[in-house]
Design a protein around this ligand. Structure first.
Ligand code: PEP
Ligand code: MG
Length: 580
């Protein structure tokens, strides 16, 4: 078999070698059958019950010994869905009444449930149908005999068409070595989870599911976005060496991760951590982070049937604040929507969730949900240092509404005798172009700005961040993006508030000189890159990069900017890897 090489988008660095586990998401093949007599009906009923029990056993098996609470909740929800009357009883009734085989009956039940869900106005609830579909599919696989209990997934490299962020979180428990997908972009949330789990990943590799077979030997290089199928023994040797070198290199730079991120000419940039999964909280300080600059709270809600209650949130937030003390934890309020729930092409595209009731829009629409989060954050705030960050702000009115709600909650907590930090800083994400345009007004209302370049680029350049087909247009060095960063930073400075970047752009070593040159107060990045980012900052003079930034802001195309940066940063070979 010949060695084949494919290019994709490297989204989580590291090199890994192993065997392919092809994750089939296509529907199992179904045979439709009418049943002739009562004997057959009885047989189908027991076949269906057996398949349900097998699916249940599978969920329980995965659940056992799981360290991640969020995933335990997901699996518990799946077990409940298995016995949901609309799915379970309705299917049994169909087998009996309509005299059809179990697969057909189950599909009919799922169709009926889908019709009900499609009538629901609320995006979030409507999307919960995906859980039901997933569970029904597991049962179908047992019925058709096409099931797999994930045996063999251990240490394997997953190859799939696409993966949702929640599916990706399953990989930690199975020690998955890495993954490759056909769809997805650099800043898609699936990529962000891969970084959190520290597993190498390459997305956007066209037709890869057709180019590999289960068990094929495969190499993935998550830094350069390279995938090699059936490598020759020389290639295998070369990559084992590269893997070893990469590990040694990481070990070396990790030694100095606790040094401050201060430039030789005395400029200090606070480097904080982005946290996606609660389990990461334990590693924040050892990674060398000076606090959490972005705690994505949505992962408590991901793929779950019920919203977490105040007590659950409070317990987790308090623990986080305590563990990260004396540094601060920036709790971003719920940012559901966009690609966070629907990486599944059949659902999201038509509704365009990216422009819908996302993040703060949803929170202002579902006040109880928002208040529960804010109460939990406030109550946790006295156990250390906390900040509140509101995503997706697009108008001043939204900030006014948030402040009124916050004021009301503070009054309520006082009345109830719950202590909290009265001066808890309130910040907003600058990630919608309209927020940049009115940043001067917004800056007067809040305590800090956090620029979300992932979304800012997506909305400014009209590029779906999770769509590999337009990934080539996703350009952080587009002059429009750089001008927007400049405007936001200036507005913050003028108002005397702190400003940082928490999007993936700040985690890209190649952009660090520019990020530094903008004169930001802080950045927040995935923990994997902290040692390298801090080292680059320690090796860069602020005055030099500040001059470069001032020059590139005069240029009008990304090409010119790239060429200028390449030329100007010749002494920074490390950083140039990814400037294309
Ligand atoms: C961003 O948009 O840059 C950001 C940090 O938020 P998220 O990736 O969660 O949308
Ligand atoms: Mg965002």
């Amino acid at each position: 078999m010949e060695e084949q090489r494919f290019r994709g988008i490297g989204v989580s660095s590291g090199i890994t070698l192993g065997h392919v586990y092809l994750l089939q998401k296509i529907q199992p093949r179904i045979i439709y059958q009418f049943l002739i007599d009562r004997g057959e009906v009885k047989k189908e009923i027991s076949r269906f019950k057996k398949a349900v029990n097998m699916a249940k056993a599978e969920f329980l098996k995965i659940r056992k010994g799981l360290p991640i609470k969020e995933i335990i909740h997901i699996l518990d929800a799946y077990t409940v869905i298995l016995k949901d009357p609309f799915l379970y009883k309705a299917t049994l009734k169909r087998i009996k009444d309509e005299k059809i085989n179990a697969e057909w009956a189950l599909l009919k039940s799922v169709e009926e449930i889908e019709a009900i869900f499609l009538k629901i106005d609320d995006d979030y609830l409507r999307q919960r149908f995906q859980d039901i579909k997933y569970v029904a599919n597991r049962v179908l696989r047992y019925l058709t005999g096409e099931s797999s209990d994930f045996r063999g997934i251990q240490d394997a490299i997953i190859v799939a068409h696409g993966l949702s962020p929640a599916e990706t979180t399953h990989f930690q428990t199975n020690n998955v070595a890495g993954f490759v997908t056909e769809i997805g972009g650099r800043t898609s949330h699936t990529a962000i989870v891969a970084q959190a789990l520290k597993i190498p990943a390459v997305v956007g590799v066209k037709e890869i599911t057709y180019r590999v077979r289960d068990g094929d030997f495969i190499i993935i290089d998550g830094l350069h976005g390279e995938v090699i199928v059936n490598p020759t023994s020389a290639t295998i040797e070369e990559y084992y060496r590269k893997e070893k070198e990469y590990k040694l290199y990481r070990k070396e730079i990790e030694k100095y991760t606790h040094l401050p991120a201060q430039t030789p000419d005395g400029f200090q940039l606070k480097v904080m951590a982005n946290v996606e999964l609660f389990e990461e909280v334990h590693s924040v300080l050892s990674a060398g982070a000076e606090g959490i600059g972005l705690f994505r709270t949505e992962f408590f809600y991901l793929e779950q049937m019920d919203f977490p209650d105040e007590e659950t949130l409070f317990t987790h937030f308090r623990k986080t604040v305590e563990l990260v003390s004396p540094y601060s934890v920036t709790f971003r309020t719920l940012d559901i929507g966009g690609d966070k729930f629907v990486s599944k092409p059949d659902f999201g595209e038509a509704m365009n969730p990216a422009l819908g009731l996302r993040a703060i829009r949803l929170c202002l629409n579902q006040r109880t949900l928002f208040r529960t989060q804010l109460r939990a954050i406030l109550k946790a705030s006295i156990y250390g240092k906390a900040r509140i960050l509101i995503p997706f702000i697009s108008s001043l009115e939204e900030v006014h509404q948030v402040k009124a709600i916050l004021k009301d909650i503070k009054r309520e907590l006082k009345k109830q005798g719950h202590p909290f930090d009265e001066h808890i800083p309130l910040g907003i994400m600058i990630e919608v172009p309209s927020a940049v345009a009115i940043s001067e007004f917004l800056a007067k209302e809040v305590d800090f700005f956090s620029i979300g370049t992932n979304d800012l680029i997506q909305y400014a350049l009209a590029i779906d961040r999770a769509n590999e087909q337009v990934a080539y247009l996703y350009e952080p060095l587009h002059p429009a993006v750089l001008q927007m960063i400049k405007v936001s930073v200036e507005a913050a400075k003028k108002a005397g508030i702190k400003v940082g970047i928490c999007g993936e752009m700040a985690a890209e070593p190649a952009y660090i000189p520019l990020i530094l040159g903008f004169g930001l107060d802080e950045i927040s990045v995935n923990m994997q890159v902290i040692p390298l980012i801090k080292r680059l900052i320690r090796e860069t003079n602020f005055r030099d990069v500040n001059c470069i930034v001032n020059e590139i802001l005069k240029l009008s195309t990304a090409i010119e900017i790239k060429n200028y940066v390449k030329q100007a940063l010749q002494n920074f070979p490390q950083t140039l890897n990814n400037i294309g």
